[in-house]
Design a binder for this molecule. Sequence first.
Ligand SMILES: Cc1cc2nc3c(=O)[nH]c(=O)nc-3n(C[C@H](O)[C@H](O)[C@H](O)COP(=O)(O)OP(=O)(O)OC[C@H]3O[C@@H](n4cnc5c(N)ncnc54)[C@H](O)[C@@H]3O)c2cc1C
Length: 235
Amino acid sequence: MKVVLKDRQTIADGTILVELDLKGQEYNFTPGQYFFLTLPELLYEDAKGPMRHFTIVNSPSQKGILQFATRLTDSGYKKTLNEIALGTEVEISNVLGIFGIPKDNQKPIVMIAGGIGITPFVSMLRDMHEKKEERNIRLFYSNKLKKQTAFLDELQRMDLADSNMNLILTLTDDPNWAGETRIINGEFIRDYVPDYNDCLFMISGPPAMVEAVYNQLMGLGLSNLDIKTENFAGY
Ligand SMILES: Cc1cc2nc3c(=O)[nH]c(=O)nc-3n(C[C@H](O)[C@H](O)[C@H](O)COP(=O)(O)OP(=O)(O)OC[C@H]3O[C@@H](n4cnc5c(N)ncnc54)[C@H](O)[C@@H]3O)c2cc1C
């Protein structure tokens, strides 16, 4: 489907939010899903070509647009994405993915995000917030530095406004941060989720982080049926 690059904003250090205009075309998705974005031409060489996956960050109630957030890198694709003119026509695939909040499992949810892996959770939380869904959510969000922590203000506002949601931020490498600094491991989870045996865990982020947290949860004796993962392959 051809859509238009409508807007691009810096939302955290080295991180942009991109908005696509669907030009009136219908595009249905559930929070947590993603698409492939193909750029029409690359301004810089890129061995991986002109296509990457991105997770939708807006909620389905926002019609007519799609938003995604990404970390800028030195890849030819990202440099092009950050430089091509607004108004450029780009191509998106059909919506894909099954990483969403299960309706048939009413257990309290523990969301664990590494860096830009926060994007599917932002879409899910916006959607639940809009629908005033009462679901017990704990969100663990790990970044190196506060300035890299995308959507932090919005997540903190949701945390304050919603007694069912609890945000725990860990900044593993920020000299100015007096809060939690540990990486998310078994001890961390036992400390914040004493009822971990009764919870559904969702992990999203770079593959190495997702695998490490998954192994820690398995080490706590959880069933793999209670652990859902989304790997941002490519990081
Ligand atoms: C289901 C799914 C959902 C995803 N959702 C998102 C999302 O919402 N947001 C998001 O940001 N990503 C998402 N990704 C990952 C995304 O598709 C990319 O793979 C990722 O953003 C890395 O792309 P890249 O072009 O920056 O790096 P790649 O070209 O894929 O390279 C990987 C690494 O190599 C380095 N590198 C590449 N080229 C150079 C160069 N010329 N010089 C120096 N270093 C270089 C980059 O720094 C990068 O860290 C998702 C992936 C999957 C599978």
